[in-house]
Design a protein around this ligand. Structure first.
Ligand SMILES: C[S@@+](CC[C@H](N)C(=O)[O-])C[C@H]1O[C@@H](n2cnc3c(N)ncnc32)[C@H](O)[C@@H]1O
Length: 330
């Protein structure tokens, strides 16, 4: 078997499977094979899924819709990843591969996307990358298996981001990069007067209940990198701007419908209650939320609805110290 670029697995580093035994990368597909490329989204090609019952769940629709347009306007903030020079890149917590596809476009090397949720991998978008099922905290790879490990919006969902970064540093020979949003600094502008304030209120309540640091951003990520022993840590900012305006895309109309039906907020009910919102306060918030959605639908009918959301993402890159450096600091 080969992994990308025709490189023989025997000459590549051995990999450790998630159950700890020596073996190959957990492969979802055979790279370079046309039939596999066509069937990349076929669940039958995926390996047995690791247990992901403790992993926060995301739907494929949520990921494709919230990442729409991301990295399409500018890739300048990815410069520190030196993608043009990489031979093997691993995107951990890749979901449907919204970033993985970008990495594959920018890197001449082999690109792998790993996620604990096989349904997201199966729904993954096209692109020249290989899906792998696995756990971010026990990567199915040996030391130095890839030159760069990347993640996007994964650390904000983990209780111990530094532990994950340390695991990334174990399998990366050169660098680790994390692209993490600061959800405390999201801004919304809308032609529906109440929308910006209500969105901020719901976000604050969500942050209180979510149990991980969803506002990790640049400062929190740098801290995790330092804790994990990475050196030369540097950060760039990328603003992901999503706009809804006429002519409305089908995704946009669906988002507005979900606001009006209260569905979007209902998915976060447990988190909001865990953050201290009473059931009555949740119902009241939901009613105001739905009213915003109804007003938005009215404005859509008149081609008057406009919404602009800015989510700041921070691209943090750190270098893996050479083995000699690590032993000196012991
Ligand atoms: C917010 S999504 C980000 C997905 C993708 N990186 C993106 O930006 O579109 C977080 C992803 O991390 C995955 N995930 C969470 N915990 C994980 C773990 N311990 N191991 C592997 N994947 C994990 C989830 O399944 C989900 O796909």
């Amino acid at each position: 078997m080969t992994i990308g670029g025709g490189r023989s697995f025997a000459s590549a580093p051995r990999a450790v499977t998630t159950n700890g035994s020596e073996g190959e990368w957990r492969r979802a597909a055979e790279p370079g094979s046309e039939s596999v490329r066509r069937n990349r989204a076929d669940e039958a090609l995926l390996p047995a899924a690791p247990d992901h019952s403790s992993v926060r769940e995301f739907s494929a629709e949520y990921l494709t819709s919230t990442r729409r347009g991301m990295w399409a306007d500018s890739r300048e903030a990815l410069a520190g990843l030196a993608l043009a020079d990489r031979e093997r890149v691993l995107d951990v917590g890749c979901g449907t591969g919204e970033l993985t596809r970008v990495l594959a476009e920018e890197s001449p090397g082999s690109v792998y996307g790993l996620d604990a949720d096989p349904d997201l991998l199966a729904a993954g978008r096209s692109g020249d990358w290989e899906p792998l099922a696995g756990d971010a905290l026990r990567l199915p790879a040996t030391q130095n298996a890839v030159d760069l490990v990347v993640c996007q919006a994964l650390l904000i969902n983990l209780p111990d981001p530094a532990a994950a970064v340390a695991e990334f540093a174990r399998v990366a020979s050169d660098d680790v990069a994390a692209i993490e949003p600061d959800n405390a600094d999201v801004t919304v502008e809308s032609t529906v007067d109440a929308e910006a304030k209500l969105a901020a209120e719901a976000r604050t309540a969500y942050r209180r209940g979510v149990g991980t640091d969803v506002a990790l951003g640049g400062a929190g990520t740098r801290e995790a990198f330092r804790e994990a022993g990475l050196t030369d840590v540097r950060t760039a900012r990328y603003d992901h701007v999503r706009t809804i305006e006429p002519p409305y895309a089908e995704d946009d109309l669906e988002a507005v419908r979900r606001t009006a039906s209260g569905e979007g907020l209902a998915g976060d009910r447990e988190t909001l209650l865990a953050g201290g919102l009473s059931a009555a306060a949740y119902d009241e918030l939901r009613e105001r939320w739905r009213a915003v959605g109804r007003e938005a639908i009215t404005q859509v009918g008149e081609d008057a609805y406009r919404r602009r959301e800015l989510v700041p993402f921070y691209v943090t890159v750190g270098s893996v110290p050479a083995a000699d450096d690590a032993s000196q600091s012991d």
